[in-house]
Design a protein around this ligand. Structure first.
Ligand code: GDP
Ligand code: IMO
Ligand code: MG
Length: 433
């Protein structure tokens, strides 16, 4: 019996995970797209359509907000996990876009436990932001925060209720309650009947995709299948570990993989942390290595740093290895995926933040505490740029010497191996180490 159990363990596969290490938009979609060519299952575990994951295939651009990027491979089961909040309208648009581009969506499954974003969440997101004035967070205004609030307050609408007649009653009570709040903002009430009849149509469309995805995931692991999890957002946007309150309302870090999919800690395999060879951020909040100057503007233009979801210009700066080390610690990263080496390599000189000076002392400790951050000064090392055209290089050792020196220094400091290097936006512009 004991031997038999041991053998079962051996033949079960693990979930490989792709997570953002900084403020999002590091190129997670591209890494997932590469990994999902061999994946049987690809799962989104948290966030909603605040995410925008871009994939370039032969010059054609795909932007995913809710559906796991692995959907492009028809052999991969694409699962929207229970930790995701779903705007049904956006999901239906995404399904239609894929179908019109000739992709099958028969391989899409939506967790019965995921929650839906209702119109009142979007209104509330906007009203709360307006009310914050100068202290605004800079949310994507997609209703993410209010939808997660309702989930935890237990008045949220799960997909499994959305697709049954129960939806009508729950939605009506919620809309009446939210209208009372809107009145206090002087905002006009929402029309419950109109919303319910519109959303019942969405529910009919989505019903065939709804499954108990936990069973699908665990059966796949027991059958030794290749299972991938696509994180959204990133470590410094995490509700617990990010730069609160300038964060999103979920856990985009490793814990969110377990709670957002239903897999256990022992089921986690490789944990890849995605970063850019520089840093970027949308929205407000501290960003120590930001270059709010000509350098930042140059990086923004070279890297086309404009949001996939909101089109906002992204704030840009140097790579911060103290923050990266924090991300390695929080997530237990087993490998790094560094994108945009081509972009940073277009500069003559590149800076890398290798530690901080905190109250006059050298420190490798990151903290999201605002007082701590305001007392830290980044310490930079300077590197030679001008890497030249990297797009066809397939081996790390074939990279120009300056690029190798830059990458080696990153590994040296954070002590996590680089497994993938992005040399351009296309699927093929990648070095596998
Ligand atoms: P995600 O949210 O983490 O999936 O990242 P986004 O898709 O929001 O933003 C990453 C952007 O960088 C997209 O426009 C990608 O096409 C692009 N990209 C990803 N990797 C590379 C790379 O190695 N080089 C260049 N030049 N662009 C890249
Ligand atoms: P991907 O998956 C970058 C940011 C917003 C804002 C904060 C809170 O593409 O990396 P929210 O609407 O979530 O309440 O906004 O979080 N944000 C992201 N920034 N990439 C994302 O996702 C983001 N998702 C949320 O800009 O600062
Ligand atoms: Mg993005």
């Amino acid at each position: 019996m004991g031997t038999f159990l041991c053998q079962m363990e051996v033949f079960m596969s693990k979930v490989n995970v792709v997570l953002g290490t900084f403020f999002g938009d590091e190129g997670k979609g591209k890494i997932i797209d590469y990994l999902s060519t061999n994946a049987d299952v690809s799962i989104r575990c948290s966030g909603g359509n605040n995410a925008g994951h871009t994939i370039m295939v032969d010059g054609k651009k795909f932007a995913f907000h809710l559906i796991p990027s692995g959907i492009l491979n028809s052999n991969t089961k694409a699962i929207i996990g229970n930790g995701v909040v779903i705007d049904p309208k956006v999901l239906i648009e995404e399904i239609n876009t894929l179908q019109n581009a000739g992709f099958s969506t028969d391989n899409l499954f939506i967790s019965n436990k995921a929650h839906i974003i209702m119109p009142y969440h979007i209104v509330l997101d906007r009203l709360l932001e307006e009310n914050r004035g100068a202290n605004k967070i800079g949310t994507t205004a997609r209703g993410i925060g209010p939808a997660y609030c309702d989930k935890f307050e237990r008045s949220g609408i799960r997909i499994e209720d959305f697709v049954t007649p129960k939806f009508c009653d729950i939605a009506r009570i919620n809309i009446e309650n939210k209208n009372r709040i809107f009145a206090s903002f002087g905002y006009k009430p929402l029309d419950a009947d109109a919303i319910i009849s519109e959303y019942e149509e969405y529910a009919k469309f989505l019903a065939p995709f709804v499954k108990d995805t936990i069973n699908i995931i665990h059966k796949s692991l027991e059958e030794n299948k290749n299972v991938l999890c696509e994180g959204a957002q990133a470590t410094l946007l995490d509700i617990d570990f990010g730069t609160y309150p300038f964060v999103t309302s979920s856990n985009p870090t490793i814990g969110g993989v377990c709670t957002g999919t239903g897999v256990g800690a022992k089921d986690i395999g490789e944990v890849y942390g995605v970063l850019k060879a520089y840093s970027s951020k949308v929205g407000e909040g501290p960003f120590l290595t930001e270059q709010d100057n000509e350098i930042g503007d140059t990086i923004r233009e070279l890297g086309h740093e404009y949001g996939t979801t909101t089109k906002r210009p992204r704030r840009c700066g140097w790579l911060d290895l103290v923050a990266l080390k924090y991300s390695c610690r929080i997530n237990g990263l087993t490998g790094l995926a560094i994108n945009h080496l081509d972009t940073i390599g277009k500069l003559d000189k590149i800076k890398l933040c290798v530690n901080y000076i905190h109250n006059g002392k050298v420190s490798m400790d990151f903290s999201t505490n605002p007082t701590y951050i305001s007392n830290c000064k980044p310490v930079y090392e300077e590197f030679e740029g001008n890497f030249g055209d990297l797009s066809n290089i397939k081996k790390r050792e074939d990279l120009p010497k300056n690029a190798q020196i830059y990458l080696n220094r990153i590994e040296d400091v954070v002590k996590v191996p680089i497994k993938f290097i992005g040399t351009g936006p296309d699927r093929n512009n990648m070095i596998i180490c």
